[in-house]
Write a protein that binds this ligand. Structure first.
Ligand code: ATP
Length: 215
């Protein structure tokens, strides 16, 4: 069983998240992609973040027609701040026979050196970095680059642990959650940027209408 762990704030989940997950599922031959909804994102300004229960619910609506996509709530169930390394260790303890790939976008990867015990992530599982418009990064983090060598046959960096770091080009989609929140705050349409059920949920619960919501 090959499982991808795709972490994010998902504030809200949008079409580019879904397409990105589908492309990495195909490219990395994943059986399942778990969307890990973050509780209090340590590296984001928490002021404009909708409560975790809303973000989880929107994910459930967005993923319900795809049996390969599931919501992972371990970070919102765990008390305190959520760190990816803890999430990975918990998932590996839960499903010890599975092979795990940690999935993140290039913008998130560009900041990975500020994450708690980020070097352990490479020692624990494969990592897939998804291309994102406007972000050019295709190398291991400088602080740990000596731990990697490049395998030109597989076109991946191989960590001293044997795990792979792959840069996965995906269809460029200029969609971001912050842009969607701004559109909501401005009273503009978000149709087709998010699944219909998510659009309806946002409207029904009056999410992202205030000024702080767009931040
Ligand atoms: P915000 O605009 O609020 O920063 P976001 O759209 O980046 O949000 P997140 O929930 O922070 O959404 O993203 C979760 C993961 O999905 C991150 O690893 C991010 O890099 C990736 N991601 C989000 N949007 C895209 C996109 N358009 N293309 C590729 N990866 C993306």
């Amino acid at each position: 069983m090959r499982i991808g762990l795709f972490g994010g704030t998902f504030n809200p989940v949008h079409a580019a998240h879904l397409r990105a997950a589908e492309e990495v599922r195909e490219r990395c031959s994943l059986d399942r992609v778990e969307f890990v909804v973050s509780a209090v994102p340590p590296h984001k300004n928490a002021s404009g973040v909708a409560p975790a229960e809303h973000r989880r619910h929107m994910l459930e609506l967005a993923l319900e027609d795809n049996p390969a996509f599931v919501v992972n709530t371990s970070e919102i169930e765990r008390a305190g701040r959520s760190y990816s390394i803890d999430t990975i260790l918990a998932a590996q303890a839960r499903t010890s026979a599975a092979h795990f790939t940690f999935v993140l976008g290039a913008d998130a990867f560009a900041e990975i050196e500020s994450w708690k015990r980020f070097d352990e992530i490479f020692a624990r599982c494969d990592v897939a970095v998804l291309s994102r418009p406007g972000v050019t990064i295709e190398r291991p983090p400088i602080a740990v680059e000596k731990a990697f060598c490049y395998d030109s046959d597989r076109r991946v960096y191989v960590h001293a642990s044997g795990n792979a770091l792959a840069f996965v080009p995906i269809t460029p989609l200029m969609i971001s959650a912050s842009d969607i929140r701004q559109r909501c705050a401005d009273g503009r349409s978000i149709r087709y940027l998010v699944p219909r059920a998510v659009e309806e949920y946002i409207a029904a619960h009056g999410l992202y209408v205030g000024r702080a919501a767009a931040s």
